[in-house]
Write a protein that binds this ligand. Structure first.
Ligand code: SF4
Length: 383
């Protein structure tokens, strides 16, 4: 497979693993005193476990899984608000499949659907637009969710709805941004992070400079990375090399996809449609200033918060997590998924307690799918 198999070449991976081992030894990283490298993106977490990189890499390198799964960081209150909108008469609520099974305080969207709400899975906001065209007597709401990767497509859909004058289409906007939670993590005195693997898809939109503060203000290296095993290994080597050389910079390993200054068309659509919220609530991190986007007044006719009088406008926030759920701590890398008392017991993909177990980018789902289910059964057998 051209352009993929090259990046999965075992011989190249071995060379990189040897170079990482030498560099880790050079800086004195050991199992007892590891270098902590946070992969921000949930897609990277899955690649690490899918290819067993956590097992293959030098003992002195520890991957810390970051808050880069947009479904996982969504607070319970927002899931409840989705259900609230979806259950209203006349509404067709549309969402990406990942969000269907995320537990809310009352119920998940899939439970609301089975109870009669008209909730439909879509692959793109354009599918929701088409539903609005075909159902002029119904209000079609799209659950706008995700980081800068998905933000432009929602913006373009709103612009298109405005051009067509589609008055029965709106977006429940939960788009969030990556740099602000990284700053929150760096400001957390309980976190020890030595470097970052930066998100590839987000950076394709925003470029690499929004991360400048990580190196300039906090003195930490960050390398924007691709998703194949040799991409990730090369990125780890680049982080370790910066540490060994006593420098901190923003570097781009994923240059074949990520332009230094991002995608100007996407950035223009984002700037046209959204503005920053004063703050937004993140699961595990609480309220973070300017970390969420809302729809500008010029597009208020397409804003589900305005149409339904719901969400941040009403002040319903900070719904507590379900009892016994460690999602918040796992979300920010303070606990590994297998350290959650519910992992493999009260919580599994079939019976999820938290979003991290159901999202395709969730850390618990990655552990379960590639490693953790085995560990959990071993631990369970030993108890
Ligand atoms: S195992 Fe379940 S409850 Fe525990 S952190 Fe993961 S998703 Fe949350």
């Amino acid at each position: 497979m051209k352009f993929a198999s090259e990046f999965r070449d075992p011989a190249a991976a071995k060379v990189l693993l040897s170079a990482i081992a030498r560099k880790a030894d050079e800086i004195g990283a050991t199992r007892a005193r590891p270098v902590h490298i946070m992969e921000i993106c949930g897609g990277h977490t899955h690649s690490i476990f899918r290819y067993g990189l956590d097992k293959l890499i030098h003992d002195g390198v520890e991957f810390i899984h970051g808050p880069g799964c947009p479904v996982c960081v969504l607070p319970m209150a927002r899931v409840d608000e989705c259900v609230d909108i979806a259950e209203r008469p006349g509404v067709i609520f549309t969402t990406f499949g990942d969000a269907m099974r995320v537990p809310g305080h009352r119920k998940s969207l899939i439970q609301a659907k089975s109870a009669g709400a008209d909730i439909r899975m879509v692959y793109s906001p354009l599918d929701a637009l088409e539903l609005a065209r075909r159902n002029p007597g119904r209000e079609v709401v799209f659950f706008g969710l995700g980081f800068e990767t998905t933000t432009p497509s929602t913006a373009l859909s709103i612009q298109q709805a405005a051009r067509e004058g589609l008055s029965n289409f709106s977006v429940f906007c939960n788009h969030i941004t990556v740099p602000e939670p990284i700053r929150a993590l760096l400001d957390d005195p309980d976190m020890r992070l030595d470097g970052f693997i930066g998100p590839g898809h987000v950076s394709m939109v925003i470029g690499i400079h929004p991360y400048d503060f990580i190196a300039a203000e906090y003195g930490k290296p960050i390398v924007v990375a691709g998703f194949e095993p040799t991409d990730l290994l090369q990125s780890v080597l680049m982080v370790l090399t910066q540490i060994a050389e006593g420098r901190a910079a923003v570097e781009n390993q994923y240059g074949r996809v990520v332009p230094e200054h991002g995608n100007p068309v996407s950035l223009a659509a984002i700037a046209d449609v959204y503005e920053r919220r004063p703050s937004f609530e993140w699961r595990g991190l609480g309220e973070i200033d300017a970390s969420g986007l809302r729809i500008r007044q010029a597009y208020a006719a397409f804003d589900a918060e305005e149409k339904f009088g719901i969400g941040y406008a009403t002040g319903r926030r900070n719904v507590p997590e379900l009892e016994g759920c460690a999602c918040g701590s796992v979300m920010i890398g303070k606990l590994k998924p297998t350290q959650c008392p519910q992992f493999g017991k009260g919580c599994s993909p079939e019976m999820p307690l938290g979003a991290l177990m159901v999202s395709s980018e969730g850390a618990c789902a990655a552990y379960w799918q590639y490693a953790g289910a085995r560990e959990a059964s071993v631990h369970g057998a030993a108890q």
